[in-house]
Design a protein around this ligand. Structure first.
Ligand code: UD1
Length: 418
């Protein structure tokens, strides 16, 4: 296959997967329909739809899947089965809303990407604070609060996006006031709070480290637009950085990725914000090596560490990438090494020395963001790269081969259509 030269053109950024998954769970809180627009067409979204349907939520997709209407009029089951929850960690977030609405929820312990232990103790601690009784039986969490949840002060020892969001959704229907301290500040959490507010919840402080929720008796339906996917945005910003060129990311916003943008600029990339997009251009030859440490928002996202590593494999100089969120998130490193990269991993730190030219190879995708880092490296490499197990990609990137081909990348799906 011909090598990818500089990339030029525009890519439309889809709605945010991680946000959309949490918004869908909010439909469990009300007997009226919740309409979501700008929904991404991804297998993770379909997996959660199946789970919600198993609980009695009616899920309709309109306008080629871009609009989703979720109607939780009749909850028919309070049990989220292992068979579905294991495929998608975010599905553990049905626990909070189901418990808040029904007074009981039985949810399998989750699975998801194999990037670390990924415990749920903080989720359970938060719900216990809200008055739930929790037991663990045969791999399932049984949570009950027959008299309803009660507002409480919940202080997280460290930031957890999932636990903050489970606590936030549950607290909307609790009696009294809940204060969540050391809360996640991710744009996903802010968007969830906005949607819940449109449904009648009383929330203040979302986007700061302390969120206050005044419980209400009931929530109602709403229509809400999913924010752009900042991880898809960051991934496609790296494409022209690694291949050269000038690409416009339609729907891109700098405030979603400030820390990432600063690091990318430090490598020598130019970023220009317009009212409706971000434009990314590589003005010179190779990028410069830049160190990165992942952190909760507003820090550098863990979900962009693998893609940034691919870029650093081609940079001039040596960079140190430190992963602080997940303990096993360098699984892409051995695969990048197969492509000629010089990477030394010690615990949560990777030392990457850039090489002038990566070489195409057969590589294996191990998780969602790792797989896309191999695609980025493959675009910059001499010769063909074959990425196996691309189903990981379809969990989080909508028609990635079409979006990248549209700006001049040479990429084809050989097999593995959904
Ligand atoms: C995390 C990322 C989020 C990313 C998502 C998908 C952070 C802070 N979170 O969210 O940006 O989009 O993965 O890849 O960057 N933990 C516990 N006990 C718990 C919950 C979490 O020990 O009950 C630990 C996790 O193992 C992890 C850290 O806390 O080390 C942060 O996890 P958390 O934010 O909850 O993970 P996700 O919600 O999956």
């Amino acid at each position: 296959m011909k090598e990818s030269g500089p990339l030029n053109g525009a890519i439309q950024i889809s709605g945010a997967k991680n946000t959309c998954l949490k918004l869908m769970g909010a439909a469990l809180l009300t007997d009226e329909p919740l309409t979501l627009t700008n929904v991404p067409r991804l297998s993770d979204i379909r997996t959660l739809s199946v789970l919600l349907e198993s609980l009695g939520v009616e899920v309709a997709r309109l306008q080629e899947g871009r609009v989703m209407v979720l109607s939780g009029r009749h909850i028919t089951s309070r049990r989220a089965e292992y068979e579905i929850v294991r495929k998608l960690r975010a599905s553990f977030n049905v626990l909070g809303p189901l418990l808040a609405r029904e007074g009981e929820a039985i949810v399998s312990l989750p699975g998801g990407c194999a990037i670390g232990a990924r415990k749920v103790d903080l989720h359970l601690m938060a719900l216990e604070k809200l008055g739930a009784t929790i037991t663990l039986e045969e791999g399932y969490v049984h949570a009950s609060a027959p008299g309803g949840l009660r507002g409480a002060v919940i202080e997280f020892p460290f930031v957890s996006v999932g636990a903050t969001e489970n606590a936030l959704t549950a607290a909307t229907l609790a009696k009294g006031t809940t204060v969540i301290k050391n809360a996640a500040q991710e744009p996903d959490t802010v968007d969830l709070a906005l949607c819940l507010t449109q449904m009648g919840a009383r929330i203040s402080g979302a986007g700061t480290s302390e969120i206050t929720v005044e419980g209400v008796d009931r929530l109602h339906g709403a229509t809400h637009e999913v924010i752009p996917d900042r991880i898809e945005l960051g991934t496609f910003m790296i494409a022209p950085a690694i291949c050269g060129g000038d690409v416009e990311l339609i729907g891109g916003r700098r405030d979603l990725l400030q820390a990432f943008c600063e690091k990318l600029e430090a490598t020598g990339i130019e970023i220009t914000e317009t009212p409706s997009s971000l434009k990314v251009r590589r003005p010179n030859g190779r990028v410069k090596a830049v160190d990165v440490t992942t952190a909760p928002f507003p820090g550098f996202p863990t979900d962009l560490q693998a893609q940034f590593m691919a870029l650093m494999c081609t940079a001039e100089g040596t960079s140190v990438l430190e992963e602080t969120i997940f303990e096993n998130r360098f699984m892409h490193a051995p695969e990048l090494i197969r492509m000629g990269a010089d990477i030394d991993v010690h615990g949560g730190t990777a030392k990457v020395t850039g090489t002038k030219q990566l070489a195409g190879a057969q590589v294996m995708a191990t998780d969602l963001r790792a797989s896309v880092s191999l695609i980025l490296a493959g675009l910059a490499a001499k010769g063909d790269t074959v990425v196996n197990r691309v189903y990981h990609l379809d969990r989080g990137y909508e028609r990635i081969e079409e979006k990248l081909s549209a700006v001049g990348a040479n990429i084809q799906r050989v097999s593995g259509h959904e």
